[in-house]
Design a protein around this ligand. Structure first.
Ligand SMILES: Nc1ncnc2c1ncn2[C@@H]1O[C@H](COP(=O)(O)OP(=O)(O)OP(=O)(O)O)[C@@H](O)[C@H]1O
Length: 250
């Protein structure tokens, strides 16, 4: 399939839990065959549910997810595992493995440039469970990219990272997205505006807007969704976002 065709398509996708709670509500979205695609929105908006549905961890109640031109439901599990990389929101390891052992579960030969780019060379012999949150996040990103998947899902990979490592990881994912598809959940709107090619804004399980960062990150669109009055500051060509302090958070 060419990089110009969509890599991932949601066609009128709704997802309900067994107790009938609506997690996603009629989502129509095309994710291109390359580029860094940001998913933003308030807590509980449905961002993780979208990612979990895209990789088959949540089943659609109606509508269809199409991955690489084929219905997600038709993908054999081993082919799906080879095609995608996933950085979950909560990174868990149930075994007392070293970082090198964890990565070797994915690939026989760990790419040296990936170790360098994720800055995890000094962590390879450490037990994963003893790492700090930021160190675990960098290992999780290396693990997600190690087998060169066609599409990567990263659910808040920047959440535990300090400022330099946030940019390190965003640059790494943007570089990867030059030829592949990367879908990333972000809360930091500055990072979203600076690194993402396109953004999809979610609220209450619905897709509110899907466009370039400049077109989505406007007070007219953000304020009703976040229930606050946003301010944008422009410094050195970058845009930074915050809220006025004279209003109550929702
Ligand atoms: N299995 C489930 N059963 C019941 N409710 C669920 C389930 N999974 C998610 N939810 C609820 O659905 C809503 C969307 O959850 P989701 O994790 O997709 O939000 P999110 O946008 O990723 O939020 P956050 O920014 O807080 O991580 C939340 O209210 C959540 O509590």
């Amino acid at each position: 399939m060419s990089t110009s065709s969509p890599m991932l398509v949601f066609r009128n996708v709704s997802v309900r839990t067994e107790r009938k709670k609506l997690l996603l509500d009629g989502i129509d979205l095309d994710i291109p065959g390359q580029g860094l695609y940001g998913i933003i929105g308030p807590n509980g908006a449905g961002k993780s549910s979208l990612v979990r549905t895209a990789i088959g961890l949540l089943k659609t109640t109606s509508g269809e997810v199409v991955l690489g031109g084929h219905p997600l439901s038709s993908w054999p599990a081993h082919a799906l595992a080879a095609h995608i990389g996933y950085v979950p929101q909560q990174i868990l390891s149930y075994w007392n493995l070293s970082v090198a052992e964890m990565l070797h579960l994915r690939v026989a030969q760990i790419p040296g440039d990936l170790i360098e780019h994720c800055q995890i060379g000094h962590l390879l012999e450490r037990r994963f469970t003893t790492l700090s949150g930021g160190e675990q996040a960098r290992v999780a990103i290396a693990r997600a990219l190690a087998h060169r998947p066609r599409i990567v899902f990263a659910d808040e990979p920047a959440a535990h990272l300090d400022m330099p490592h946030q940019h390190l990881v965003l640059r790494l994912l943007r570089e990867y997205a030059r030829t592949q598809t990367v879908l990333i959940v972000l809360h930091d709107l500055h990072l979203a505006s600076r690194y993402c090619d396109r953004l999809a804004l979610f609220a209450g399980g619905k897709l509110v807007a899907s466009d370039t960062p400049a077109r989505v990150l406007t007070p007219e669109i953000l304020d009703p969704v976040y229930g606050v009055s946003t301010i944008q500051a422009h410094v050195d060509g970058w845009t930074f976002y915050t809220v006025r302090d004279d209003i109550a958070c929702p």
